[in-house]
Design a protein around this ligand. Sequence first.
Ligand SMILES: NC(=O)c1ccc[n+]([C@@H]2O[C@H](COP(=O)([O-])OP(=O)(O)OC[C@H]3O[C@@H](n4cnc5c(N)ncnc54)[C@H](OP(=O)(O)O)[C@@H]3O)[C@@H](O)[C@H]2O)c1
Length: 223
Amino acid sequence: MKIGIAGGTGGMGEGFALRWCQKHDVIVGSRDAQKARDAAENYTRTAKQTYGNIAGSISGNDNISFTNDIDVLILSIPYEFIDDTCGKLTGKLRDDCIVVSPIVPMARTEAGFVYIPLEQGKEQAAEMVADKLPPRSRVVSAFHTISESKLKNLQQSLDADTFICGDDQNVIAKLKNLVDEISGLRPLYLGPLALAYQAEILTPMVLNAAKRNKLKNPGVKLV
Ligand SMILES: NC(=O)c1ccc[n+]([C@@H]2O[C@H](COP(=O)([O-])OP(=O)(O)OC[C@H]3O[C@@H](n4cnc5c(N)ncnc54)[C@H](OP(=O)(O)O)[C@@H]3O)[C@@H](O)[C@H]2O)c1
């Protein structure tokens, strides 16, 4: 598959690229094409050091140029920039391209980390993405409680669950396959996209508990 990662120069983007390049052609996206190419070179070096040869590849480009030629788009950008970034992608994706939101709308307050839609009455991230990049059926959400440092650490099995939301079972099945390729990560279907807030809201909760109990990069697992 061809997997494009908008905002792929960030920590999560690096983790996704390193995990999926074993089998897939990953294109790291950035607002700046040269920054994306530099990141792709670094990730490729890391991947080859770890895996030896890789069956897939990692390349870099600006967030927009590769969008008409990918099977999956990971929107690995902060919540604040959904509108702007998706606006630039409108009409550019193939009709069958799956769009994945790992986006957590989160802010820091005196009390701790909080979920922006609850605090500020704004939309949940996955709904915002679906509004901007129709059809809604292609949008799925996952990976909200996966820490970037664990995702990037290829020696580490994640030993965690991730909750998937989406409206189309074929799209969900494809995302589940991608999740299964990440060592130790179990995909759990949570429900339609309208429930994505239940996964998004877990992240500020986990971070508050981690900080106050000195836990390093904890994840979530149903037992
Ligand atoms: N970090 C985690 O552990 C974690 C865990 C679970 C979920 N998430 C979610 O996953 C997503 C990515 O996380 P991250 O930590 O990798 O994010 P990040 O490092 O804060 O940002 C990712 C990329 O977004 C791009 N970006 C920054 N400002 C932008 C703007 N104004 N417009 C468009 N793009 C912009 C940057 O790429 P360029 O400068 O190259 O364009 C940046 O490298 C976020 O939505 C986050 O909530 C993160």
